[in-house]
Design a protein around this ligand. Structure first.
Ligand SMILES: [Zn+2]
Length: 320
């Protein structure tokens, strides 16, 4: 997990996101509700010229029409990254993708209920899995390809005129790649602010209160999340604990020495931890915490005007 952006003034500036309840199946109601928000600062979001279709979700690009997109005039773009890979005998290959879509989808919904004008691109379903090759159809593209793909996506969003870009990673295998990408984006050179976070970055330490089986993959956490998102995909009679293998060189089992672990040796059943501890209640509660925290960040990001020293105050830093 990475958390690149610190958020020191979040509490001070936070505006509650629970003013409006939006039905996923009633966009007319959504737009009507948004129109009533006092002090709405983004009239282009509203729908005079772009009638909503019943299933479209404001800010979820793949559900919107061209007129809705033209009127939306986004201030922030979110790029979620998932993965398609084995998650033990009990969870679907799409676990990371589904978590990416669910957390960012809810965060964008909450943020747009406050007129934050956040547009989410479709989540990437395939990313880096160099250490999963011994499992069948662990989908993967090369490190260089993923970097090139993300650079292209960031460039295209910049060409659309959006300067605030949030990449939300939901697959641990991408962390180092994304950190390299981040280093290549200096907003003063590239005229855009690009930040990286994880689906859990805004949970403010709540994770340990929900999940403590120590699993990095397909244990209590991911099973609880899928219980909350797509319970019909869980194979319940396969829920049982499974341990991770430990390296023969003891120092490699501790933090401080970084290496790529061959997943089929680390966890022969493609998971570890105790998915029996999972529940839909834990998954739903944690998802809501993550989404609310992310929404709060997106709202702040949206409302801070763009200027040369963004994200610092306009006058700070002297002649940098
Ligand atoms: Zn996963």
């Amino acid at each position: 997990m990475m958390e690149i952006i610190s958020d020191p003034v979040a509490e001070k500036n936070f505006i509650p996101v629970s003013k409006i309840v939006i039905s996923h199946h009633g966009t007319r109601d959504v737009v009507a509700s948004l129109a009533k928000v006092s002090g709405a600062s983004s009239p282009k979001l509203l729908m005079n010229s772009s009638p909503a279709s019943p299933g479209s979700l404001p800010g979820i690009l793949e559900t919107m029409t061209i007129e809705q997109v033209r009127d939306f005039n986004p201030e922030v773009v979110v790029i979620p990254i998932g993965s398609t890979e084995p998650h033990g005998p009990h969870l679907p290959y799409g676990t990371d993708l589904f978590i990416a879509e669910a957390v960012t989808g809810e965060a964008v919904r909450l943020a747009n209920a406050e007129n934050a004008r956040v547009l989410r691109l479709p989540a990437l379903p395939i990313s880096n899995n160099v250490n999963f090759k011994k499992f069948p159809f662990a989908c993967r593209i090369r490190v260089e390809t993923l970097m090139a793909l993300l650079k292209d996506l960031v460039d295209f969003v910049c060409e659309e005129g959006v300067r605030k870009i949030v990449i939300v990673n939901c697959h641990g295998g991408n962390d180092a790649i994304l950190a390299s990408l981040r280093q290549s984006y200096d907003q003063h050179q590239n005229r855009a602010f690009v930040c990286l976070c994880h689906s859990c970055s805004f949970s403010d330490g709540a994770y340990d209160g929900f999940f403590n089986d120590g699993s990095p993959h397909a244990g209590d956490f991911e099973t609880s999340m899928i219980y909350a998102i797509k319970p019909e995909l869980i194979v319940e009679n396969k829920l049982k604990p499974s341990k991770m293998n430990q390296p023969a060189i003891s120092r490699l089992g501790k933090p401080g020495v970084d290496w790529v672990r061959p997943w089929h040796v680390l966890m022969s059943e493609s998971y570890s931890g105790n998915p029996e501890l999972a529940s839909s209640e834990k998954g739903r509660q944690f998802l809501d915490i993550c989404a609310a925290g992310m929404a709060k960040f997106l709202i702040e990001l949206s409302r801070e005007p763009w200027h040369e020293q963004f994200p610092y105050p306009p006058q700070s830093g002297g002649n940098i």
